[in-house]
Design a protein around this ligand. Structure first.
Ligand code: HEC
Ligand code: HEC
Length: 103
């Protein structure tokens, strides 16, 4: 089989997607949100619509925690409690994009 220009374009797209995918999955090293008394409120909001084990498999598979709802609490409390951000901390909107919730 001859590999023509269009094939190379396709191969390029696939390779790019793969590289991006690997780059993103390697970033899971940011500290997770501890599941403790302090963070209970945030967890409760995020998972308040969580499906029960009796719900259909589709409902459970497609459930997404309400991250935006939970993020509202993060910064005000951290400020109040004096939890320091590292000096090189990135932009702070959307905490839960980087700091994952534990299940
Ligand atoms: C009610 C107060 C409160 C809220 C709400 C809160 N935090 Fe915290 N957070 C703390 C305190 C206090 C600490 C430091 C002590 C500890 O680990 O519990 C902390 C620590 C952390 C840490 C560091 C954990 C570690 O292992 O060093 C991360 C990450 C974090 N919070 C993320 C979040 C995110 C993201 C949210 C919002 C979804 C959030 N927090 C909401 C009080 C809060
Ligand atoms: C763009 C990604 C990103 C976002 C958004 C983000 N953080 Fe972070 N955060 C990091 C990284 C990277 C570190 C330093 C590495 C580490 O310890 O996880 C960090 C560190 C922290 C720490 C110190 C953790 C420790 O172990 O000492 C706290 C607390 C924290 N972030 C809270 C928050 C809160 C609250 C928000 C939302 C207001 C937030 N972060 C948003 C990436 C992010």
């Amino acid at each position: 089989m001859k590999i023509d220009k269009r094939d190379w374009f396709f191969i390029g797209v696939v390779a790019t997607v793969l590289v991006v995918f690997i780059a993103i999955s390697g970033k899971e090293k940011t500290t997770t949100v501890p599941n403790n008394e302090m963070h209970k409120a945030a967890y409760e909001v995020a998972f308040r619509n969580a499906p029960s084990p009796n719900d259909s498999i589709f409902k459970r598979a497609f459930f997404k925690p309400d991250k935006k709802g939970a993020e509202v609490f993060c910064e005000p409390c951290h400020k109040e409690m004096g939890v320091a951000f590292p000096p090189d901390h990135p932009a702070k909107n959307r905490c839960l994009f980087c700091h994952k919730l534990k299940r």
